[in-house]
Design a protein around this ligand. Structure first.
Ligand code: 4NP
Length: 151
């Protein structure tokens, strides 16, 4: 079983999309995908309605997810930890205990060589179109990631 964790600031906009989209491209038998948050504002909350809506129109149900805080034990529980932006990356790295922990953490968009800006933009203060942009960016990057993971 390969375990992948998606992390953003609120765990209500970007990482729930990355979680649901990647999960939809991998078999449950071999892969476990989850998401978590580095800030405490939205713990226990469902994803943002705009993320739920955009995912639903593309056939992915993320409405049952709930935000949970990233914890140090996630370094043991997961093989790959993907940060949605540089700030999330720094927050996760600040909790790392050793070089093995640090080695598991990657900036999600590093996988996608077509994209110059390696930060998934935070759509929280934006419009539905910003969520659609994030969906498409995450979807195309998860295609690349799923192919890599499937080897
Ligand atoms: P996310 O977006 O990190 O993609 O879930 C955010 C959601 C909420 C807030 C910030 C970013 N917030 O400040 O409440």
């Amino acid at each position: 079983m390969t375990r992948i964790l998606m992390v953003c600031l609120g765990n209500i906009c970007r990482s729930p999309l990355a979680h649901g989209i990647l999960q939809s491209k991998l078999s449950d038998d071999s892969f476990y995908v989850d998401s978590a948050v580095t800030a405490a504002y939205h713990i226990g909350n469902s994803p943002d309605n705009r993320s739920i809506k955009v995912a639903k129109t593309r056939g992915i149900n993320i409405s049952t997810q709930s935000a949970r805080q990233f914890k140090v034990l996630d370094f043991d529980a997961f093989d790959y930890i993907y940060a949605m932006d540089n700030s999330n990356y720094t927050n996760i790295i600040s909790l790392a205990r050793n070089s093995d922990d640090i080695g598991k953490v990657k900036l999600f968009l590093e996988i996608n060589s077509d994209i110059a800006n390696k930060n998934v933009p935070d759509p929280y203060y934006g419009e539905l179109s910003d969520f659609e942009y994030v969906f498409n960016l995450v979807d195309e990057t998860c295609d690349i990631l799923a192919d890599k993971l499937k080897g």
